[in-house]
Ligand binder design. Structure first.
Ligand SMILES: *Cc1c(COP(=O)(O)O)cnc(C)c1O
Length: 377
C-alpha cells in the first residue's frame, strides 16, 4: 500500500534527541528550541519566532494577543481546518466565513470587505497547500478598516508571496510542524510576531503568564506572574527532532517539489482534455510542494476515483468538510454571502500521496493508475 503521508525523517533526529537527553535539558526553551527559533527568524526575516506546542496553540496565542473578546467577529474561509476557527471561538468570537476562490481554494479577497461589520476585529487568511492568499489586497483592507491579521500559514513554511515569506505579513503568523506537514516534530508549531511591541507579551503568554524569558536573558533577577497565560512551549525532545529537519529544509523541499512537478507535468493532458483540474499557482507565489491535489468532475466521480486507487493499493484522500456545514460551525459561525465555490469545489478535490522520500517508481505507478482511471471512463 502506498501511504498518503509518511512523517519526515532525515537521519539525525535520534542523535539530536539523545543530545538533548544528555544535556539534561528536556523541558522547553533549551538549545534546540533556540536554534529552531533562530532558524525561523533567519529563514523568514521575521523579528521574532517562537516554537509552540502546535499551530492550533500558536493561533490561540495570536487570538489572545489580538485581545479577541466575546462578540467580536473574525473573517476566515470556511474551507479550512477547525483550528483556524477554534482559536478565536475559544475567546468568544464569532467566525464569519467567506467563500473561496476556485483556482487556489484560498479566501476570495474580493469578498472580505462585504463581511466586515462594526464587530469585526481580525482577518484570518489560510494559505491553502502552501500557496499564498492575495496578501497585498488583504493587508490593504485590514489597514483601511483597522483590523488585525492572523495568517494561518500552517502549510506555508518555505513559501513566499512577492519574495517574502508567508506568515510575515500579518500581525501574527502561525506554522504547523504536525507529522503531516513538510517539517515535523510530531506535534508542534510556531508563532511569528511582526511588531516588536508585541514580543514581550507573546513570551509571557507562552510561559504561563510569567516573565521567565526575560529572567533567562538575565534582564531581571527573579521571574513572576505578570499576566494571564498558558503553557505553549514544546519539549526540547520535540524541538531536537524538528531541528534535524530544518537543517535539511532545502533538501526536503527539493524532494517534495520533484514529486509535485512529476504529478503536475503528467496530468497536463488530462487537464487540457477537461477531465480534471490541476492546482493553480499565481505568478506572485512561490510554493513549497506541501500538497498535490486534483479536482474531479464531481463528488460521485471523486468517490469512484478514491475507491479505484485504494483497490490499487494507493491511499488518496479528500480534505476539509466546510466549517459552516459542521455542527460547531453552525453554532459558532455564519457564512457571509453565497457559498458558490466552497462546498462545490471541496467535494471535487482529492489529494495524492506526497511525502519526503516517496520513490520515483511509486509516483510513476500512481500517475499510471490515475491515467488508467480516466482512460476507462
Ligand atoms: C495542520 C493545520 C492546522 C493545525 O496544525 P496543528 O499543528 O496540528 O495544530 C491548522 N490550520 C491548517 C490550515 C492546517 O493545515
Amino acid at each position: 500500500m502506498i501511504r498518503f503521508n509518511v512523517p519526515p525523517y532525515t537521519g539525525k533526529e535520534m542523535e539530536y534527541i539523545k543530545k538533548a537527553v544528555e544535556n539534561q535539558k528536556i523541558c522547553g526553551d533549551g538549545d534546540f528550541t533556540h536554534k529552531c527559533n533562530e532558524w525561523l527568524e533567519q529563514k523568514t526575516g521575521i523579528r521574532k519566532a517562537l516554537l509552540t506546542t502546535s499551530c492550533t496553540h500558536a493561533t490561540e496565542m495570536a487570538a489572545i494577543l489580538c485581545d479577541i473578546k466575546p462578540g467580536d467577529e473574525v473573517i476566515m474561509p470556511s474551507y479550512t481546518f477547525v483550528s483556524t476557527a477554534d482559536a478565536f471561538v475559544l475567546r468568544g468570537a464569532k467566525a464569519v466565513f467567506v467563500d473561496v476562490r476556485p483556482d487556489t481554494m484560498n479566501i476570495d479577497e474580493n469578498l472580505i470587505e462585504d463581511a466586515i461589520t462594526d464587530k469585526t476585529r481580525a482577518i484570518a487568511p489560510v494559505h491553502y497547500a502552501g500557496v499564498s492568499c492575495d496578501m497585498d489586497k488583504i493587508m490593504d483592507i485590514a489597514k483601511r478598516h483597522n483590523l488585525l491579521v492572523v495568517e494561518d500559514a500552517a502549510q506555508g513554511i518555505m513559501s513566499e508571496y512577492k519574495g517574502k515569506a508567508l506568515g510575515t505579513f500579518g500581525d501574527y503568523g502561525c506554522f504547523s510542524f504536525h507529522e503531516t506537514k513538510n517539517f515535523s516534530m510530531g506535534e508542534g508549531g510556531a508563532i511569528l510576531i511582526r511588531d516588536p511591541e508585541n514580543i514581550e507579551r507573546a513570551e509571557i503568554i507562552r510561559e504561563k503568564g510569567t516573565n521567565r524569558a526575560k529572567f533567562f536573558r538575565g534582564q531581571i533577577d527573579k521571574y513572576t506572574w505578570v499576566d494571564a497565560g498558558s503553557s505553549y512551549l514544546p519539549s526540547e525532545l520535540n524541538a531536537a527532532y524538528l531541528y534535524a529537519q530544518l537543517e535539511l529544509a532545502d533538501q526536503i523541499t527539493a524532494d517534495r517539489m520533484k514529486t509535485w512537478n512529476m504529478y503536475y507535468e503528467a496530468f497536463e493532458e488530462l487537464e487540457n482534455a477537461e477531465r480534471i483540474e490541476r492546482p493553480f499557482i499565481p505568478a506572485d507565489c512561490k510554493h513549497n510542494a506541501h500538497m498535490f491535489y486534483l479536482k474531479c468532475k464531481d463528488l460521485e466521480e471523486r468517490t469512484e476515483f478514491i475507491d479505484f486507487l485504494k483497490k490499487n493499493e494507493i491511499l488518496a484522500v479528500f480534505h476539509y468538510i466546510p466549517l459552516h456545514s459542521a455542527p460547531a460551525g453552525k453554532s459558532f459561525g455564519r457564512f457571509n454571502g453565497e457559498d458558490v465555490y466552497t462546498t462545490k469545489e471541496s467535494e471535487r478535490l482529492v489529494r495524492l500521496p506526497l511525502y519526503y522520500g516517496i520513490k520515483e517508481e511509486e509516483v510513476e505507478y500512481i500517475i499510471g493508475k490515475v491515467k488508467e482511471f480516466y482512460k476507462n471512463r
